[in-house]
Design a protein around this ligand. Structure first.
Ligand code: NAD
Length: 502
């Protein structure tokens, strides 16, 4: 079923049949587990050639004025609007997320293109008062060169577009190594971009290139000194390998790694809002968002009421084929994800946790796919299992009586991506957002932890890697800063009053 659908969508999106029918990389749809394409992985030597071509593209692209570069991204946004339906559907087929979220991911790409077009006229630096008479200081921003993007399976296209749209208006060229689980959507994005580039007319060849393969192909980007920035999204394990390896050659990294996001529900919380916010963020996307809510820290006075409502909502969640209308929770990405989920649930049980849900569903209909009932696990303490990110729909529930303890529990995990508090007590909400509150890169009030907009900077602290992508001033990651001092006088005074008379 999914094979013919994927094939029709790829035809529609303009991916040539020849590139998806042979090779050792088998792509499977999580919807039914069937193989939907076969691709040839690039070798290390081919990857090096691709980087070389990217470097040439950069050399030409950096001379194009930034607002003109923005025009190419404006055209990419138009092409994405025209391709939203098939690309969103392909995202659902390849990742297993529900169609509304697949389409939402493409909308996010369109949004970042719009943002980047405006940005292309706002790449400005400061002018700074000089201590020397007749002198002026200023900052100028220049492109970095080749940007390598390594992306995860769960946001196969949006994360690329956050990097790509900004990197391109900033004057860089991009080499993209998508997840080996989701290379088809990457090929589709490349086809969409090529249509935009043809309409633009004057774009150098190879501004955008896709590297197909597993981590070994990605590793070429880490070691090649022609790659100025490696922007890598994925697990903390991956980031631990990528960061030091790129640092060895003093390359730059932008790391967007795992999260272990919590929601605090206080006694004054609007429980209707809290239930909706938590169920979407904890069970939606089958728990496979970096911003998924994995921990619920709830005041003892509302714990029983909230848990009863959450359990009822979980029991009624429509789990099934993500392409069907009405389904809210699709499958896990593969059998490995299912095993990790079961291992975490067993570990939590051994630590005294009480598990509701978590079992496999629809095994008769989809024997090669992994559908599950999202799980709620009541824990007596924040154990090692709770402190780890398991990329599956498991919501650990912890009670609290004192707000200071809730904050302590909240921050006592190695990750620091997203967080939120449901409360109508301004002292609590403001404390949560203050320097002694949430230690995450994203801190929300009365909304869940997931579903960020592109306008804000996205990313997190601690083991989440510290990177910021998407909105605000994240563009600075894709440029280098030069400080310029200009002397328009006939003297040559030295800074700090130093005398050196020759
Ligand atoms: P993963 O770490 O298994 O793989 C991510 C990408 O890294 C893939 O393209 C993979 O081929 C590549 N890779 C892995 N090891 C590498 C290495 N040593 N050198 C070079 N490349 C390497 O992650 P995944 O299972 O695809 O995605 C899920 C993880 O990603 C979760 O931990 C999730 O929280 C995280 N994630 C984070 C964000 C964020 O913005 N913080 C967004 C999405 C996903």
């Amino acid at each position: 079923m999914t094979e013919s659908l994927a094939s029709a969508l790829l035809d529609q999106l303009g991916v040539a049949p020849g590139v998806r029918s042979s090779g050792s990389l088998r792509v499977r749809s999580p919807v039914d587990g069937s193989a939907i394409a076969r691709l040839q992985s690039h070798t290390a030597a081919e990857a090096a050639q691709i980087i070389g071509r990217s470097r040439e593209a950069f050399a030409a692209w950096r001379d194009v004025p930034a607002p003109r570069r923005g025009e190419l991204i404006r055209l990419l946004g138009e092409e994405l609007r025209a391709s939203k339906e098939p690309l969103g559907r392909l995202v659902s087929v390849e990742t297993g997320k529900i169609l509304s979220e697949g389409l939402g991911e493409v909308q996010e790409m369109i949004d970042i293109c719009d943002f980047a077009v405006g940005l292309s006229r706002q790449l400005y630096g400061l002018t700074i008062a000089s201590e020397r008479p007749g002198h002026r200081m200023m900052e100028t921003w220049h492109p970095l060169g080749v940007v390598g993007v390594i992306s995860a399976f769960n946001f196969p296209v949006a994360v690329w577009s956050w990097n790509f749209a900004l990197a391109l208006v900033c004057g860089n060229a991009v080499v993209w190594k998508p997840s080996e689980k989701t290379p088809l959507t990457a090929l589709a994005c490349q086809a969409v971009f090529e249509r935009a580039a043809r309409r633009f007319g004057a774009a150098p060849a190879n501004l955008s290139q896709v590297l197909v393969g597993d981590r070994t192909v990605g590793e070429v980007l880490l070691d090649d000194e022609r790659v100025a920035l490696v922007s890598a999204t994925g697990s903390t394990r991956m980031g631990r390998e990528v960061g030091p390896r790129v640092a060895r050659r003093f390359g730059r990294t932008l790391l967007e790694l795992g999260g272990n996001n919590a929601v605090i529900v206080a006694p004054t919380a609007d429980l209707d809002l809290a239930v909706r916010g938590i169920v979407f963020a904890a069970a939606g996307t089958c728990g496979q968002r970096c911003t998924t809510t994995r921990r619920l820290i709830v005041h003892e006075s509302v714990k029983a009421a909230l848990l009863a409502r959450l359990k009822k909502a979980y029991a009624g969640l429509p789990v099934g084929n993500p392409l069907e209308a009405g389904v809210l929770v699709g499958p896990l990405v593969d059998g490995g994800a299912f095993e990790s989920m079961q291992a975490a649930l067993n570990a939590a049980r051994a630590e005294g946790g009480q598990v509701t849900g978590g079992e496999r569903l629809l095994e008769d209909e989809f024997p090669s796919a992994y559908y599950v009932r999202p799980a709620i696990v009541e824990m007596g303490a924040q154990t090692d299992t709770v402190r780890r990110e398991t990329f599956a729909p498991i919501l650990y529930v912890l009670g609290y009586t004192d707000f200071a303890d809730a904050l302590k529990l909240h921050n006592d995990v190695p990750q620091g991506l997203s967080s939120s508090i449901f409360s109508n007590d301004i002292r609590e909400t403001e404390t949560f957002l203050s320097a002694r509150g949430s230690d995450c890169g994203i801190a929300n009030v009365n909304i869940g932890t997931s579903g960020a907009e592109i306008g804000g900077a996205f990313g997190g602290e601690k083991e989440t890697g510290g990177g910021r992508e998407s909105g605000s001033d994240a563009w600075r990651n894709y440029m280098r800063r030069a400080t310029n001092t200009i002397n328009y006088s006939r003297e040559l005074p030295l800074a700090q009053g130093v005398r050196f008379d020759v």
